[in-house]
Design a protein around this ligand. Structure first.
Ligand code: LLP
Length: 423
């Protein structure tokens, strides 16, 4: 469920016509709906009501301060993977005791900064990371609460580039090695073993792989407790999929996910931590683009739009499907055409959709690329010296630019000419 609907023939974000935003901000732009972000957070959190739960929104999905703060104000914590994301979470007002630090390649200065701020937990992904954290924490006179991220060797049955829980993936510590590494962790200064962490992938549309992984984790917790470890927390990661094809896609509802979680690990009495990203932000954002040309080729028609792969890389990187809706509602009897919807970048991979059936579009028409709130703006680049797309947040009938489009002057000022080229 999201709050991008047609009203009087025009697609709105909540109560704001997208045409109004386009007129003020220009295209392309990302547009986020506060009501949708809030709804998704609440649906997830409420599914665990009555259990000791910490929902840590995965900042990587959409790290705009306004998005993080919207969720933080509802009680969300943050899952971060870099010092930059930690700084964002703190700047958005997330208390350190609701922050968990994930990631395979944490560096010394990042660990020190996180220890300084006093975050809730470090999810440790290797023995060298554990040793480094121990060394830094003990030098600082601090104790780091840790979970080992366990790799359960379970196939998440999602796109290969977002599968993380197989033995061949770089993530986590093999569940077979984990008991030995826990014993090592317990003996290290500056380390407090607190929990177990698992995250097997993203955009999972079936609960079975989760269930397999969580069941494996539950027996591991019992084994670790028997070995004397005080395991009080379970971080079950993110990964719950969202509908990208409107009502044709039916990923598991959060309530079913929660029931499965309680069934598999509920008896352990741990604090349950979660790191949802896409599930919260994905359908809370769209990318609005403008048609530049309609071009009729030999065997197909192209809509050339002003958004491109640098703005939203998901279609070309993950073969991802995004619904594309004309901002002006299509009349039921209007003729439909089939288009490849492509951007201006000089690469064949620069497309948003192929063979998509839409009402006839002409230059100046606006299109909304749906489900672009997660892994959209955060993965954008300035390839082809295209300015980063601005981000807009809507709340009821109000809207605000929460990141402006940089000017070309600002972009060019980033570069420096060396002395030998200026003399
Ligand atoms: N926790 C960890 C340790 C993760 O690596 C991720 C995502 C999450 C939580 C959040 O997962 P989510 O709930 O959003 O599925 N750029 C890709 C997705 C990459 C996911 C990376 N890790 C895409 O556009 O599909």
């Amino acid at each position: 469920m999201h709050h991008f609907q047609y009203k009087d023939g025009t697609l709105h974000a909540e109560d704001v016509p997208l045409t109004d935003i386009a007129a003020e901000v220009g295209t392309p732009f990302y547009c986020y709906s506060t009501a949708t972000l809030e709804r998704h957070y609440r649906v997830f959190a409420e599914a665990f009501e009555g259990t000791d739960t910490l929902v840590c929104y995965s900042v990587k999905a959409n790290s705009n301060l306004a998005v993080i703060k919207t969720l933080g104000d509802l009680g969300s914590g943050a899952d971060i993977v870099s010092e930059g994301e930690l700084r964002r979470a703190l700047a958005a007002g997330i208390p350190p005791e609701r922050i968990v630090f994930s990631g395979v390649g944490k560096q010394a200065q990042e660990l020190a900064f996180a220890l300084e701020t006093g975050i809730h937990q470090f999810n440790v992904e290797s023995e060298p990371e554990l040793e480094l954290l121990s060394q830094i924490a003990s030098n600082m006179g601090k104790e780091a609460a840790i979970a080992l991220r366990v790799n359960p060797d379970v196939d998440a049955k999602t796109h290969e580039k977002i599968t993380t829980g197989k033995a061949e993936n770089k993530f986590g510590i093999s569940w077979l090695q984990a008991p030995r590494v826990y014993a090592r962790a317990a003996a290290l200064p500056g380390i407090k073993v607190a929990g177990v962490d698992v995250h097997i992938g993203s955009q999972l549309t079936d609960l079975a792989p989760f269930e397999e992984a969580f069941t494996r984790v539950a027996s591991m917790v019992e084994e670790l407790r028997a070995a004397g470890h005080d395991i009080t927390r379970l971080d079950l990661g993110g990964g719950l999929g969202i509908p990208y094809r409107g009502t044709n896609d039916v990923p598991p509802p959060p309530a079913d996910y929660a029931a499965m979680v309680k069934r598999t690990v509920g008896h352990l009495g741990c604090q349950l931590m979660f790191e949802p990203g896409r599930m919260i932000a994905g359908n809370a954002g769209i990318l609005v683009v403008n048609v530049i040309f309609e071009k009729h080729g030999e065997d197909r028609s192209f809509l050339i739009i002003d958004g491109a792969m640098n703005d939203l890389i998901r279609p070309t990187l993950y073969d991802a499907y995004h619904d594309i809706q004309p901002v002006t509602e299509t009349a039921p009897d209007e003729a439909r055409l089939t288009y490849d919807i492509v951007g201006p970048i000089c690469e064949t991979g620069d497309f948003f959709a192929k063979g998509r059936t839409l009402s006839a579009q002409k230059p100046g028409d606006l299109l909304a690329v749906m489900s672009a709130g997660a892994y959209g703006a955060v993965q954008a680049s300035t390839y082809n010296t295209r300015p980063l797309v601005p981000e807009v947040m809507v709340n009821g009938s109000q809207f605000t630019v929460i990141r402006p489009r940089p000017s070309y002057d600002v972009m060019l000022e980033q570069d420096r000419l060396p002395d030998w080229l200026t003399n």
